[in-house]
Design a protein around this ligand. Structure first.
Ligand SMILES: Nc1ncnc2c1ncn2[C@@H]1O[C@H](COP(=O)(O)OP(=O)(O)O)[C@@H](O)[C@H]1O
Ligand SMILES: [Mg+2]
Length: 392
């Protein structure tokens, strides 16, 4: 019997449009012999929709017009199933639009890659591909992530973080920390993506500006030593905590300029290119010697493991082009295009990658179902109201 797979894409994120592209790539790669695919579009206000109209990329040119023609839905647990229900039903309209067996998440950034949608699916007991709530959240929050990487001996650049408001309270203290790192530094909000809110500062004045920009996007602001001259190398890891494999490496970009969101996507969108997130220059496999390649692959597997990741992730590295020192930059737990282009070069087709993601999702659900999360006994059977508090 075919599995009903809901592919979620969109979301309230600066990467909304990129996610629509990833979603469509994932849908096209799901084998129709094995799966019935249900597209689930999460609009920028987080409402969910489905419709066959969502399958055609041309329909996204006018999002308001698209939304007016598609069906807003909700997912509901009914008996042992997760059922898709239209939010508004007419007298003779369908009350249910089918069931879902598992979800594939193609959502990038906030509210999609950060544990939010994962938590929603956990409440529904619906298996989903990719990281669980905690690893997704850690994957999105660069502060938590860096602490875990550092604690596990993975190489990261020198850094510190403060809350945005600490700059108002004691700017001198913050500036002292920056000067200890030695300019230039790079300033980032803890939880955005696509370089949003990120800038480089060469002196105190630029730092204050960069800090102000970063705090517009998050309460937590990271300051990091700039790696320069820098080469960016990425690896994809596929699997879970039981077994994982690593792809060939890619080298991205050709200059040391910091690509901002506009450079990355908007210039490309205007020129009408369909490459989307794949627009930056990539060399696959990365031109590195065998020992360096193997070292980065080993670091990628360790990063995946210590962050508790699963599904398909992309782990980004920076190499100091002079000293050849390698740093882990960050994990992307739902990478653009699901990093399929790295797997094709590693002997796994995109449809095979999708099969693996579904398999890993169902496997996690099976393993979790065997774990104890609650007891059948009702401790309240003997409860009588008193004045004592509840001890947890
Ligand atoms: N320490 C650093 N030194 C030099 N460039 C950096 C450094 N950290 C990040 N960058 C550049 O900024 C880009 C975006 O930073 P990143 O931490 O990956 O944030 P995002 O989540 O927005 O992708 C990186 O791809 C890299 O080109
Ligand atoms: Mg990045």
């Amino acid at each position: 019997m075919k599995l009903n797979i809901a592919v979620f894409f969109g979301g309230e994120s600066v990467e909304h449009e990129v996610s629509i592209i990833t979603g469509h790539q994932a849908i096209a790669a799901l084998d129709p012999e094995k799966y019935n695919v249900i597209p689930v579009y999460v609009a920028k206000d987080r409402k969910m929709y489905t419709s066959p109209l969502l399958l055609d990329m041309k329909n996204y040119r006018n999002l308001n017009s698209l939304i007016s023609q598609i069906t807003q839905i909700d997912l509901v647990q009914v008996d042992q199933n997760v059922v898709i229900k239209p939010v508004k039903t007419s007298l003779f309209g369908k009350k249910e639009l089918g069931t879902v067996d598992a979800a594939v998440l193609a959502m990038h950034g906030t509210n999609g890659e950060d544990g939010t949608i994962q938590g929603y699916l956990e409440m529904l007991k619906l298996p989903y591909a990719g990281c669980d709530v905690i690893s997704a959240a850690v994957g999105q929050d660069k502060v938590l992530q860096k602490h875990i990487l550092h604690d596990n001996g993975l190489p990261i650049t020198n850094w510190f973080w403060v809350y945005g408001h600490e700059m108002d309270e004691h700017p001198d203290e913050v500036l002292r920390k920056v000067r200890k790192l030695i300019y230039p530094v790079i300033v980032k909000p803890a939880c955005t993506g696509s370089s949003v809110g990120i800038s480089i500062a060469h002196n105190d004045e630029e730092y204050m500006e960069a800090f102000e920009e970063a705090r517009q996007h998050d309460f937590k602001v990271i300051t990091e030593k700039v790696v320069k001259p820098m080469r960016e190398i990425n690896a994809s890891v596929l699997g879970d905590c039981f077994s994982a494999r690593v792809s060939v490496l890619e080298e991205v970009g050709s200059s040391n300029e910091l690509l901002n969101f506009k450079d990355k996507y908007q210039s490309n969108a205007k020129s009408g290119s369909s490459q989307g997130m794949a627009s930056t220059k990539r060399i696959v496999p990365a031109p590195l010697d065998e020992a360096t390649t193997e070292y980065i692959q080993k670091l990628a597997l360790q990063t995946f493991k210590v962050l508790g990741a699963s599904g398909v992730c992309r782990i980004d590295f920076m190499m100091d082009a002079e000293t050849k020192t390698i740093y882990v930059n960050e994990i992307n737990t739902i990478p653009g295009s699901l990093a399929f282009y790295l797997w094709t070069e590693s002997g796994l087709t995109f449809p095979q990658l999708m099969d693996e993601l579904v398999r890993i999702a169902l496997d996690r659900k099976r393993r979790r179902d065997r774990m104890t999360f609650s007891y059948d006994t009702n401790l309240l059977e003997t409860y009588s109201e008193g004045t004592k508090g509840v001890k947890k």
